[in-house]
Design a binder for this molecule. Structure first.
Ligand SMILES: C[S@@+](CC[C@H](N)C(=O)[O-])C[C@H]1O[C@@H](n2cnc3c(N)ncnc32)[C@H](O)[C@@H]1O
Length: 471
């Protein structure tokens, strides 16, 4: 197999990224946008020792589940990679993906429940992030192409809320009026770097990130936004001079509107500020949190430790039925929100929120709680990279009675599940290796694995896993 060769093959299965896998001359070839069972023509882009990568040229025999994607930039923008697959089949694919990760990474065979759907397959996102760049001297607003920082200009996004179009129109007008230069990451020049919007139950928090210290024409920008946006909104300015991919710099300056917004979910009132983490799909989030509450099945004797607790919504939801609840979160503003939320919901005496890294402070917290409680329910909801090994070590030392792991990354979830149950361990070199433990030797039983379609049309999967300590 040679680079640039055009080849024909049958798609044998689907990979974790939603790409088709063609087995050609004994080589595994990943072909994005090809679907299982299809005969496809593809161009070989890269051949490595282990596998190859191809670009789909033509579908010769389409699969039954193939549909025409509604988005005009599908395949160009790196956002949605499954819109060419009928929605029901997207869900099945996600279940299979989770199952495969547990088996391949952790050596665990699990039954994966049907994926829980949201209310909408499109227009579900309440969080928009639009990088702004410069192409041939022209400022462009859009999304990154897959695996690159090339910006694909867009006028709307079908998985984002319907105010997206107005936001893009407003910023295009502003850019044109003031001749604002988009960020050029190669030369580290330009002004406007990113536009970020959060929708807190119909209130928008808009953040304008610049490389420049000032935001030229800021009053006009607010005026343009006021004309276009029919919802209440706030505008923040953030200066980001970092050379990394971090979206925000340190300081946020409120230019217009309220500092934060309040909303409620499942009877808990909460506040979201400019930096707080927010689940991107409100209807799925509500179903996920209900499931966490149900599976936790708390009693007045239970101590809950909510690690990676964000703005504290889940912490408060659980605190209502627990003896006490502890939240641990790294972002100061989220901890402030969580404290305000505990107060507003009359739960201050039941909730303690700690500011810090879970890997640094969680081991002491859980050990201290273990001394006073024989019923600990640990919630883990880490970012994509999963839990730090120090968090896993603290778990295997203190053995909470129940662990509910909420994950947005099946591969790190499976790795951590293996380390928690004992199918995986670290060797002397600190590498993760499989153990030969049989199921009866494991520390925990995996009682439930349920995906939630927080990110419809994309390869991403949110999964809830319930672990119960073996007696
Ligand atoms: C997936 S979010 C979950 C938030 C929350 N459980 C929720 O449902 O809204 C992960 C959270 O972990 C926080 N975080 C990331 N790394 C952390 C660390 N090392 N220690 C503590 N918190 C961390 C992030 O700021 C974010 O709020």
């Amino acid at each position: 197999m040679q680079k640039n060769e055009i080849r024909t093959g049958i798609v044998a299965s689907m990979g974790c990224g939603g790409e088709g896998i063609v087995k050609d001359e004994g080589i595994v070839v990943f072909v994005p946008f090809a679907v299982t069972g299809e005969k496809v023509r593809y161009k070989v882009l890269k051949v490595t020792k282990k596998c190859a990568f191809g670009k789909l040229i033509e579908v010769l025999t389409p699969a039954e589940e193939r549909v025409r994607p509604a988005c005009p930039v599908f395949g160009k923008c790196g956002g949605c990679n499954l819109s060419h697959i009928r929605y029901q089949n997207q869900l099945k694919l996600k279940e299979q993906n989770v199952k495969d990760c547990f088996r391949k990474i952790a050596g665990i065979n699990v039954e994966v429940k049907s994926t829980v759907k949201g209310d909408c397959e499109f227009r579900y996102r309440n969080k928009l992030q639009l990088p702004v760049g410069s192409v041939d001297g022209k400022t462009v607003i859009g999304f990154y192409a897959a695996g690159s920082h090339r910006i694909v200009p867009v006028s709307d996004c079908l998985i984002n809320a319907d105010w997206t179009k107005q936001i893009i129109e407003a910023f295009n007008e502003y850019v044109e009026k003031f001749n604002i230069k988009g960020f050029d990451e190669h030369n580290f020049t330009g002004e406007l770097r990113e536009i970020a919007v959060k929708d807190v139950k119909g209130n928008l928090i808009i953040t304008v990130v610049t490389l420049s210290d000032t935001l030229r024409g800021e009053n006009d920008l607010i005026e343009i936004l006021s004309k276009k946006i029919k919802l209440p909104f706030s505008v923040y300015h953030n200066v980001n001079k970092n050379e990394s991919n971090a979206i925000y710099g340190e300081k946020f300056r409120l230019l217009y509107g309220k500092k934060d917004y309040s909303a409620d979910m499942l009877g808990v009132k909460y506040k979201v500020g400019v930096q707080s983490f927010m689940q991107v799909n409100a209807s799925v989030c509500s179903k996920l949190y209900s499931a966490v509450r149900e599976e936790a099945a708390l009693t007045p004797e239970t101590t809950v430790i909510d690690a990676y607790s964000g703005a504290g919504l889940m912490t408060a939801l659980l605190a209502k039925s627990a003896k006490k609840t502890v939240g641990i979160e790294i972002v100061p503003e989220a901890v402030d929100c969580a404290n305000a939320l505990a107060f507003e919901n009359g739960l201050s005496d039941k909730i303690t929120n700690y500011l810090g890294k879970c890997e640094e402070i969680m081991p002491d917290i859980i050990e201290k709680e273990r001394k006073n409680s024989s019923d600990i329910c640990l919630i883990l909801d880490p970012p994509r990279k999963g839990c730090d090994i120090k968090v896993i070590d603290a778990i295997t030392k203190t053995l909470p009675e129940k662990i509910i792991y909420v994950s947005c990354m099946p591969s790190t979830l499976a790795r951590d599940a293996g380390l928690i149950t004992g199918t995986l361990t670290l060797n002397d070199k600190g590498e993760i290796i499989k153990t030969d433990k049989i199921p009866s030797d494991l520390r925990y039983e995996i009682v439930l694995v349920k995906p939630f379609d927080m990110f419809a049309q994309t390869k991403h999967i949110e999964t809830l896993v319930l672990f119960r300590k073996k007696s």
